[in-house]
Design a protein around this ligand. Sequence first.
Ligand SMILES: N[C@@H](CCC(=O)N[C@@H](CS)C(=O)NCC(=O)O)C(=O)O
Length: 211
Amino acid sequence: MKLFHLPYSHHCAKVRITLLEKGIAHELPPLPGGSTRSPEFLAQNPLGKVPFIVDGDVALAESEVIVEYLEEAYPEPAMLPSGAAKRAHSRWLSRFHDLYFGKQLSTLYFALNDGRRDDPAMVAEVDELYRLTDVLEAAIEPAPFFFGETFGLADASFALSVLYLKMLTEAYGRPLPPERAPKLLAWFDAAGRRPSVAKVIADCQAALGGS
Ligand SMILES: N[C@@H](CCC(=O)N[C@@H](CS)C(=O)NCC(=O)O)C(=O)O
């Protein structure tokens, strides 16, 4: 299987962690033409976004679609919990990540890169990240992972993003107080001990210049 990715992308991280957790052999080829917007890459993936996988005849974009495909095509080890309610909650966490929490991280990340760190409007954006962190903290009961001892798709969704939560709140001068998210931080410690997560975090930090 081929995974086209960017090492600092939380969307890509969840796919790569899922591949590593499932033991699926994969390559990480360079982006054709060197970028997501090159004609060569757009010819394969007209959205021009990563992650993008090619698995034989199957070519897929959109991280959540990809990990659900991996869960069906490579069912062992299972990464969705058993039972309709838990599976729905796992999918809710993943959607909450993609549509709200991860999106807010991206807003803060791009503003920082654009030199808007001290723009007064960013205070409300950091407030919003904290509000979403509180929502997440209230929605989890790690034991040590979101659904007990089995690391799953919801865990894969947040693994890189909690690193970004710590990095970005610090970069904006409002570091995350440990007492604000004790369950999330305990979960992050446990997740970081997974070789899959440790590898993806190390590659992200290397891509960001060792930060
Ligand atoms: N909804 C998409 C989002 C993918 C996305 O935004 N990817 C970013 C990296 S995090 C990207 O490819 N950016 C490069 C570009 O837009 O040219 C998913 O879940 O896969």
